[in-house]
Ligand binder design. Sequence first.
Ligand code: HPA
Length: 272
Amino acid sequence: MSLYKKVQIAAAFVRSQSTITPKVGIILGSGMGEVIEQMENKKIIPYETIPYFPVSTVEGHAGNLILARWNNVEVIAMQGRFHYYEGYEMEQITFPIRVMAALGAQILIIISAAGGIHPDLQVGTLLFVKDHVSFWLPSPLRGITEKDWGVSRFLDCTQLYDKALLTLAEATAKEQNIPYFVGIHTMVVGPQFETPAEIRLLRSWGIDSVGMSTIPETLVANHSGMKVLGVCLITDLLREEPEPISHEAVLKAAEQARPKLIRFLKHLLPKL
Ligand code: HPA
């Protein structure tokens, strides 16, 4: 069965579960369950119940699609995402994005943890993505046909991150007194962190932050006609003389900054 058909079947199932017509899609970072507590009229749909949906493998990661109203905006949120380093194919990682688009979501907010390369970044800074570098990754658009999707696979990438959304994100961060940075992001396959030589290379290429997600989702969201806001929470600093990095330290930094990130999202939503 074609990917297009599978997306339509999955979307029809999700549509049958809730009366919400989501305008905004949100990919939540790990441990952001508190956001879900704040939502109203919510329908929590476990990934494994949705036809053709991939299923989370990371221990302790919930895998749910949530349709709800948050701060008066109808949203569709992913609690638990799929990473390339887990062994999923690009098509699986981006399947939920295509389902969100099929359900009518026009905006996608992608939250992730990232290492900070630019010297002005601090742990806890929110980095709003203005552009990315990803030519070393396999494309989630590989194999996509115009016949199925009605749009060219030769995606224009001159403005993948929506300028108006960036402006709103900056205004919200300022108003909420939240430190932010607008920068260029990249993704590595991982799951290993970067070597000092790789950090120097990324820095010399003008890259400000590095993570292990976000880019495939951004490409597919744009291919599906959605506008994207990328928000990276800086959880560790990648310097010329780097300190050792651990997954535990990344999770701890993410946990500490979470209330700020939630406050940012909550105040941003009504502006969209
Ligand atoms: N590198 C890559 N991905 C990451 C990092 C990092 O330093 N921190 C959080 N995700």
